[in-house]
Design a protein around this ligand. Structure first.
Ligand SMILES: NC(=O)c1ccc[n+]([C@@H]2O[C@H](COP(=O)([O-])OP(=O)(O)OC[C@H]3O[C@@H](n4cnc5c(N)ncnc54)[C@H](O)[C@@H]3O)[C@@H](O)[C@H]2O)c1
Length: 439
């Protein structure tokens, strides 16, 4: 029943944004019996969805086809479906601007569009990651202004951080505990009723600000710790100590230690981005967040460090000044097709600037832009590997043909430790494994 806020009557929802977060979430609600309007302003995505063609590795064409057959899943680029639903869940991007500050333009536009169709009794939940205060200070006024309605009285607002981990098969979306909040006790009650029907475990917190901060704590925690281990990896390299072996040994302690693993830099739309939302908000309040500042700095330097190691490695092996380099994997992490903030982009750009011929292979990504150039994924066969002076493993996709790369490549620089199982080989170098000063 449209706009009805009585118990058990939320049956129809709109999910705004059908990307990495919004699409799996839509399909989850659908699987629990809801009618779902999947709204996205990208007409290409809506057309693909209507033709049951998935653009996410985590969602199959068959799943989409079955979803459409229910006649309860309605992909659309029109906000005019809003009056037909009981609840609206917002999952649009929250990127950084060129000054590395929060850019809420996309979110504000989406909320303004929603406000024009907002009905009495509806529940609006923001799931996009953002700084504490966004729901109350940004979303609420825009919705009220556009609709002429009052939040907490005529309609309801809440914030629930999205914790989905694309490419992670160990945790289904519904198994990840859902943290929820509401502007008022009634808002929270409605949010609880909605999410309890879908998620195995729901945890309520006292305010949208707590829920917003929770997400930023989770991601700042990862940024700081992964940057820390990346810095230690560079120290291990110089000290001829294998960081990977160190981590395995440290892991044997049954308490008080959590392992994090080195890599070529942290990418994606979340971990390198969200902590800067927190930093910005802290600065606005005249506060500092030194850990985030340092972690961000270390993370930005990571591709530069990898590029410098490769240069030194090429010199050691007497490779030509303009060497042929092949990057394996440009996605920011394993088994997904997302290149947002991927360290591979900076790395390719740096190596190309040094005069090398850089190409890449990624089974999930056909084309990328890096340093103003367009690159297309090349095939990965013996001939190409043999003609490449150095293969650089940036993303450890599960399907990586590691034996073939190790057998045919002249040199391998492995930033993810996937070659560890092959044992010591003269042509293989692992990031952080202590090959000493390569120059
Ligand atoms: N990707 C992740 O792993 C992840 C995990 C947790 C949280 N988040 C957060 O979730 C939010 C969404 O991230 P994402 O990765 O799904 O982004 P995405 O780019 O994959 O998807 C967002 C979608 O929103 C659409 N969109 C933009 N403006 C719109 C509008 N006005 N109306 C309708 N659709 C609109 C875009 O076309 C896009 O398809 C971000 O705040 C992100 O930080 C992402």
């Amino acid at each position: 029943m449209t706009g009805n806020n009585s118990k058990n009557l939320i049956k129809t929802i709109a999910v705004i944004g059908q990307g990495y977060v919004g699409l799996p979430l839509s399909l989850l609600f659908l699987s629990k019996g809801f009618t779902v309007y999947g709204v996205d302003k990208d007409l290409g995505k809506i057309r693909a969805l209507l033709q049951a063609k998935s653009y996410l590795p985590d969602v199959t064409d068959e799943e989409l086809s079955q979803s459409l057959e229910t006649n309860r899943y309605h992909p659309t680029d029109e906000m005019s479906c809003i009056p037909l639903v009981d609840a609206i869940i917002i999952c649009v991007p929250t990127p950084l601007n060129s000054e590395h500050s929060p850019d809420l333009t996309i979110l504000e536009r989406a909320v303004a569009d929603i406000s024009r169709y907002l009905q009495k009794g509806q529940l609006v939940i923001l799931e996009s990651s953002t700084y504490p205060g966004t729901t109350r200070e940004v979303i609420k006024p825009v919705l009220e202004q556009g609709s002429g309605l009052t939040a907490g009285i005529d309609f309801h607002i809440g914030y629930s951080p999205e914790r989905i981990d694309p490419g992670n098969e160990s945790f289904k979306v519904e198994q990840i505990t859902k943290v929820i909040s509401g502007l008022t006790p009634e808002c929270l009650k409605l949010a609880e009723e909605l999410y309890a029907k879908v998620f195995e475990s729901v945890v309520s917190v006292s305010s949208p600000e707590v829920a917003e901060f929770t997400k930023l704590l989770e991601n700042a925690h990862r940024l700081v710790n992964i940057s820390f281990i990346n810095e230690l990896a560079t120290i291990c390299d110089e000290m001829n100590i294998d960081i990977w072996e160190v981590i395995e040994a440290a892991k044997t302690k049954p308490f008080g230690f959590t392992p994090y693993y080195p890599g070529p830099g942290i990418g994606g739309h979340c971990i390198p981005v969200d902590p800067l939302y927190l930093q910005w908000k802290a600065q606005k309040a005249g506060l500092t967040s030194k850990f985030i500042e340092i972690a961000d700095e270390v993370n930005r330097k990571a591709p530069h460090y990898v590029a410098a190691r490769i240069q030194a490695l090429l010199k050691r092996h007497n490779a030509p000044d303009q060497a042929n380099l092949l990057i394996y994997g440009v996605a920011y992490k394993r088994d997904i097709n997302d290149v947002r903030e991927s360290p591979a982009l900076d790395l390719i750009s740096l190596l190309a600037q040094s005069g090398h011929h850089v190409s890449y292979h990624d089974p999930y990504i056909e084309e990328i832009e890096a340093g103003g150039q367009t690159y297309r994924s090349v095939e990965l066969h013996e001939e190409i590997l043999k003609n490449t002076h150095c293969v650089i493993i940036v993303t450890d996709h599960s399907v990586i043909p590691i034996d073939s790369i190790a057998a045919h490549a002249q040199i391998v620089f492995d930033t993810r430790n996937v070659t560890d199982k092959l044992g010591d080989k003269e042509n293989i170098y692992r990031f952080g494994a202590g090959h000493g000063n390569l120059t």
